[in-house]
Design a protein around this ligand. Structure first.
Ligand code: BTN
Length: 241
């Protein structure tokens, strides 16, 4: 499979969309050392300083349905957990749906974007941003972000981590195709950050308040409300209160 490398990219996510449109094959990866306009979820920016992180996007051409596809992003967060564990012995947690947390701070994020309609998906881009090296984050995220370097002795080797992630992803993806999310369900729930904690989940103008119970087989978040009922959340932003 092809790996495209850029010293500087506006956004590997953007470049991945362009490559996908040009017809590159399933599994093509684009990696940058720096992004000038890194994008996060919900229109946010992704801080992407030169040499301080892993910024990569994967182009996938899955041939299964829409519901399954959102589960691939949950799978990706498990892959990152496993990779951090295997390479550095770091134990992280997954904040639903797919943020990687270490010590209550975010270390990595995943942005997955589908191109196509419900019944005809052309391609899927999974963007992964990982804070590897210590840096001065902008004030608004400085207390919420953490890098791998802060958790290990020495300096993290990005090539080693990328290799581990890609190898694990390849295996994990095959297993996912064969067995579905069922094969990952328990692990995902075990790694879930903030279980039993009180949260407010916002999805557009709808809000749900309650305790995090876990996810169901569809990867939807289950929130136990004060009246004892359980609300299933398909997508949204989780804030701890
Ligand atoms: C999030 O908001 O948590 C998701 C962040 C995803 C960032 C990655 S870095 C590589 C790829 N290119 C981008 O512009 N964004 C994603």
């Amino acid at each position: 499979k092809d790996i495209v490398y850029r010293h500087v990219s506006e956004s590997t996510q953007l470049e991945a969309h362009n490559l996908a449109r040009q017809g590159v094959e399933h599994g093509t990866i684009i990696i940058a050392n720096e992004q000038t306009n890194g994008r996060g979820r919900l229109g946010r920016k992704w801080y992407s300083e030169k040499g301080k992180g892993i910024f990569m996007s994967m182009i996938l051409r899955p041939n299964f349905d829409y519901e399954q596809i959102s589960l691939i992003t949950l799978l990706t967060s498990i892959i990152i957990f496993d990779s951090l564990k295997n390479v550095y012995g770091i134990t992280s947690k997954i904040k639903w749906p797919n943020d990687i947390y270490i010590d209550d701070r975010k270390c990595a994020g995943i942005l997955s974007e589908i191109h196509g309609e419900q019944d005809q998906i052309h391609y899927l881009i999974i963007g992964i941003g990982i804070n590897t090296h210590k840096t001065e984050y902008p004030v608004e995220i400085e207390s919420k972000a953490i890098s791998i370097e802060e958790k290990i002795d020495g300096s993290p080797n990005r090539v080693e981590l990328i290799t581990e992630i890609l190898n694990n992803f390849e295996l994990g993806y095959e297993r996912f195709i064969e067995l579905g999310f069922t094969a990952y369900f328990d692990q995902y729930n075990n790694l879930l950050y903030g279980k039993e904690k009180k949260v407010i989940v916002t999805n557009f103008n709808r809000k749900v308040i309650g305790l995090i119970e876990g996810v169901n087989q569809n990867g939807h978040l289950l929130i136990k409300k004060e009246d004892g009922s359980v609300k299933e959340v398909v997508s949204g932003v989780v804030e701890f209160i």
